[in-house]
Design a protein around this ligand. Structure first.
Ligand code: HQG
Length: 182
């Protein structure tokens, strides 16, 4: 299978499983799952055709492990990144490392300095344990700026963190006083 086709299906899955399942007449359950069979059928009805084997390949080969099947692979969901409001993916709170990183771009800095890091259209602020990931995330929008979040201190003060199944640290918001410019 061509890289280009894998990417196209992966992007389509991100759209459907994180943001707009209704676009193809799907509804996610309260934990973000949909029937694998229904996903394949409804995608095909909407002009995006792939087999179960292709779907499995896209899921397992995904660079960020964005998607996951349940045990018997009858259901699939995205591991993080949702903008849909009524879906709960991460439930277990976790103690974060002392510092976490966030990649952004210069034009957002004045607002971040004033308002802290906000979840914007997603369910959570996304943070990573390593700078390299933050550089990649920031690079999606231009020259990356890396921010360091004093997550250990936040935790001590009662802020709650979650860790998605694919290793992304999530929190509701990061007040400006915990954010440092690297
Ligand atoms: C910025 C991708 C102004 C924030 C990535 C970011 C990630 C503010 C943008 C995942 C702000 C939101 C998430 C404030 C935050 N004022 N701007 N107060 N607070 N921002 O896409 O973290 O490939 O919702 O810096 O790799 O960029 O899709 O968040 O630039 O893991 O799996 O507002 O999405 O994953 O953008 O990316 P996003 P993000 P996937």
């Amino acid at each position: 299978m061509k890289e280009k086709d894998i990417k196209r299906i992966s992007k389509f899955l991100s759209l459907i499983l994180r943001h707009q399942p209704e676009k193809i007449g799907l509804a996610l359950d309260s934990n973000g799952w949909v029937s694998t069979k229904e996903l394949i059928e409804k995608s095909e009805n909407n002009g995006v055709t792939f087999s179960k084997e292709t779907l499995e390949f896209v899921v397992t080969s995904n660079d960020k492990q964005r998607f996951a099947f349940n045990e018997d692979k009858t259901k699939i969901r995205a591991n993080q990144g949702h903008s849909l409001k009524n879906v709960t993916i991460v439930t277990e709170t976790k103690i974060p490392p002392l510092f976490l990183y966030h990649g952004t771009v210069a034009k957002f800095l004045p607002s971040i300095k004033e308002n802290g890091l906000q979840k914007m259209s997603r369910q959570h602020v996304h943070l990573s344990t390593n700078k390299e990931t933050a550089i990649k995330v920031g690079s999606r929008r231009g020259t990356p700026i890396i921010l360091v979040v004093r997550s250990g201190e936040m935790h001590q003060q009662g802020y709650v963190f979650y860790l998605s199944d694919n290793g992304v640290w999530l929190t509701d918001n990061v007040p400006a006083k915990f954010v440092e410019l690297k």
